[in-house]
Design a protein around this ligand. Structure first.
Ligand code: GDP
Length: 526
């Protein structure tokens, strides 16, 4: 098959949601449609349960699960679809941000009763920043929830998205009768005790009271018709261009657990979602159909077994064809490398792969060669963009408790940072190491893993740091003054980029006001 045909066949996307909205359940139903799994319950939630936040074994166990569910591939209507898992837990948000660099579109799951929740807001914010095309699935219609019109207003307001309902619910909770697929002009009736099958789907081009009343009852029919009237009046038509730029977001309603409305969304997804897209590098735009192979590492996962320290690096293929045992160029290290055991991920199965194409995710066994963001190519020097680091929320200074094991600590910290567990800042004055994380949980994970995987022992000291701010120096003179005054708050990140670690929000604001010749960025990529 030609490269362009392979590319056209592929869809790579992520599902994002606040925990408990139904991401795992939806993923499972999608895999069932694709025949990738046979039974419900096969997909394990990679959620870090609330009670597990201090239970390290539980964290480790769940990390294991999340390797298996990191990428799940399935086939549907002649397409190869890859779902990339994104942790909903806020302490792992950084992981999700990076995963979003490897997808071409996302599905956002929202609980009809809870509406837009904090994690939804954050993750959609990142997706919007990257102009990733999105589809929204409003879940749990079998339960009482918010009025759909109000809910869509909330989505528009809180997420800053322009929505377009492509299906509309008829009732909800106890009175849930089904959804009307506006796009396909089909009515899908909900049978709370049965399976969704073709018998429950009726072609109804112009829904009116006469046709609907016998099917769903007078009250539901009337309510639905008046809502549909509003919907057709208020919302624009579907505009593929606007969707692909992330400006317009199709919305579907359903109930994942009942496998209801899921197929309608999947069919919509298959029709709209983009095939593998070009990626921006510092050098140029790389298109998938280019003959030369290229790809980048967006995730690194440590082996759970402490006796086998090797890790799995997840490579997103951007262009050309990836082949097993062929030599590729590791750009950062400027060396040649080949891989004898690359794997793909079909649902919970891992399989050896001979060749892979743009959009695919390949797992590479890694004894420690890779960092997040690393590029592999056929020889060209490329640096992929779109994997920025964001300012952590929490900071602690690392104290070595066992001076004789200084080397182990150093190596351990470096490797954990390469994996992207947290970010390391080395202070310009005194070389002290400061670790920044998104959530408190990571500090425990790091301490535990340093001890168990590297035999190093560390403690943390509290430090007063508000944020990590990357500096862009426009005026050198001004910077020299800034440097003199703020030396103790300056540090280098892992790429030797200069970072300002202000103690308070106020200090940051003052710096912004006083130094117009310096730009203060909350991400490493600007
Ligand atoms: P995640 O945290 O987003 O992965 O959410 P899960 O898929 O684990 O779902 C969270 C809870 O919501 C589970 O108890 C599910 O059984 C339940 N759930 C998921 N979908 C539905 C639905 O359509 N209706 C109802 N009533 N419950 C659902």
């Amino acid at each position: 098959m030609k490269l362009t045909d392979e590319i056209k066949k592929r869809r790579t996307f992520g599902i994002i949601s606040h925990p408990d909205a139904g991401k795992t359940t939806l993923t499972e139903k999608l895999l069932l449609f694709g025949g990738a799994i046979q039974t419900a319950g096969a997909v394990k939630s990679n959620k870090i349960k609330k009670h597990a936040t201090s239970d390290f074994m539980e964290i480790e166990r769940q990390r294991g699960i999340s390797v298996a569910t990191s990428v799940m591939g399935f086939e549907y209507r002649d397409l190869n679809i890859n779902i990339l898992d994104t942790p909903g837990h806020k302490d792992f948000a950084e992981d999700t941000y990076r995963t979003l660099s490897a997808v071409d579109s996302v599905i956002v799951v929202i609980d009809v009763a809870k509406g837009v929740e904090p994690q939804t807001e954050k993750l959609v914010g990142v997706a919007r920043m990257r102009q990733i095309p999105m589809i929204v699935f409003i879940n749990k219609l079998d339960r009482e929830g918010k009025d759909p019109v109000d809910l869509l207003d909330e989505v528009e307001e809180k997420l800053g998205l322009s929505v377009l309902p492509l299906s509309w619910p008829i009732g909800m909770g106890q009175r849930f009768k089904g959804v009307y697929n506006i796009y396909k002009q089909e009515l899908i009736l909900f049978d709370p005790h049965g399976q969704q099958d073709e018998d429950n789907i009726l072609k109804i081009t112009n829904p009116d009271l006469e046709t609907l009343e016998p099917l769903v009852g007078k009250f539901a029919a009337e309510e639905f018709l008046s809502e549909l009237e509003i919907v057709t009046m208020v919302y624009d038509d579907f505009d593929r261009d606007a969707y692909q730029k992330g400006d317009q977001v199709p919305v579907f309603f359903g109930s994942a657990i009942n496998n209801f409305g899921v197929k309608e969304m999947l069919d919509g997804f298959v029709e709209f979602a983009p095939s593998p897209l070009a990626r921006q590098t510092e050098e140029r735009v790389v298109r998938p159909e280019e003959d030369d192979f290229s790809g980048f590492v967006f995730k690194i996962h440590a082996n759970m077994d402490p006796r086998h320290r090797d890790r799995i690096a997840f490579l997103r293929i951007v262009s050309g064809k990836f082949e097993r045992n062929k030599f590729y160029h590791h750009v950062r290290k400027d060396t040649k490398m080949r891989f004898s055991n690359p794997t793909t991920f079909m649902a919970a199965r891992k399989e050896l792969v001979e060749e892979s194409f743009p959009g695919d995710i390949v797992g590479l066994y890694d004894p420690g060669n890779f960092k997040i963001g690393d590029a592999l190519t056929d020889g060209e020097v490329l640096h992929f963009k779109g994997i920025p680091r964001f300012s952590p929320e929490l900071f602690r200074m690392v104290i070595n408790k066992d001076p004789l094991r200084f080397k182990q600590l150093d190596k351990g910290i470096r490797q954990l940072m390469d994996e992207g567990v947290a970010q390391l800042f080395t202070q310009v004055m005194g070389n002290q190491k400061v670790i920044g994380t998104v959530g408190a949980l990571q500090f425990d994970v790091i301490k535990y893993r340093l001890e168990h995987e590297y035999g190093a022992n560390c403690d943390y000291h509290q430090v007063n740091i508000h944020k990590a701010i990357w500096l862009e120096i426009l005026d050198k003179e001004e910077f020299r003054d800034f440097e003199k005054r703020k030396m103790k708050d300056l540090a280098y990140d892992k790429d030797e980029q200069l970072v300002y670690l202000p103690e308070t929000a106020w200090a940051l604001q003052m710096a912004r006001d006083n130094y117009p010749g310096i730009k203060f960025h909350e991400t490493s990529e600007f």
